[in-house]
Design a protein. Structure first.
Length: 200
């Protein structure tokens, strides 16, 4: 099967965003990450910083996940919390971007937005925590005395957001077709492995 889309979930500091960009450079496939937030911000007239605050409030409650998915199925968007409305808008934006053709999506539960498609390659990027701390300091400008808290905070935020909105465990490897260790493989090899899988 040939995959037309890649949906990447990634641990903080594992270079998932860089890998997505490298796939674009190598394969000429559009890459969407921050662009999803920018479009949601424009559609809902909400500042990106505010959207990120709402995302941080994701509760990781199984009962809330069931409630959220039920309301979405019912089409009762007006009854959703601000967090739920933003998630729903992100899903719509991803679907519209996918309608334009093959693409790479980084984060935002993209695989869930494209769940009705069979041509989506689901990828999880991870790396050793020490390497992720080093990347956060050297590439993201995080202060050494704050890096432990920052890595934990972002991993927790991403995990909670994924779990709240999909009802699945972010670290459950059965959710993905590929799990790549960017610390062992490097950005270039990860990007090429994903492209190879897309074209199998």
């Amino acid at each position: 099967m040939k995959y037309r889309y890649v949906a990447i979930e990634r641990e903080y500091g594992s270079a998932g965003t860089e890998i997505g960009k490298r796939i674009t450079e190598l394969g000429g496939i559009p890459n969407y990450g921050i662009e999803i937030l920018e479009q949601v911000s424009e559609n809902l007239n909400i500042d990106i910083g505010k959207i990120e605050q709402y995302e941080e409030r994701a509760t990781n409650s199984f009962l809330y996940s069931i409630y959220l998915m039920g309301k979405m199925r019912e089409g009762a968007e007006g009854q959703l919390s601000n967090e739920g409305q933003i998630y729903l808008e992100e899903q719509k934006v991803i679907q519209k971007m996918a309608a334009k053709g093959p693409a790479v999506f980084v984060g935002r539960c993209a695989a869930n937005a494209l769940a009705d498609r069979e041509d989506v390659l689901k990828v999880f990027i991870r790396a050793d925590k020490e390497l992720r701390r080093k990347r956060a300091i050297e590439s993201y400008g995080i202060k050494p005395n704050e890096v432990e808290v920052v890595v934990y905070k972002f991993d927790r935020k991403r995990g909670n957001y994924y779990s709240t909105n999909t009802g699945k465990n972010w670290h459950d490897l059965s959710n993905y077709h590929m799990v790549l260790d960017s610390g062992k493989l490097g950005v270039e090899r990860c990007a090429r492995l994903i492209l190879d899988a897309m074209n199998q």
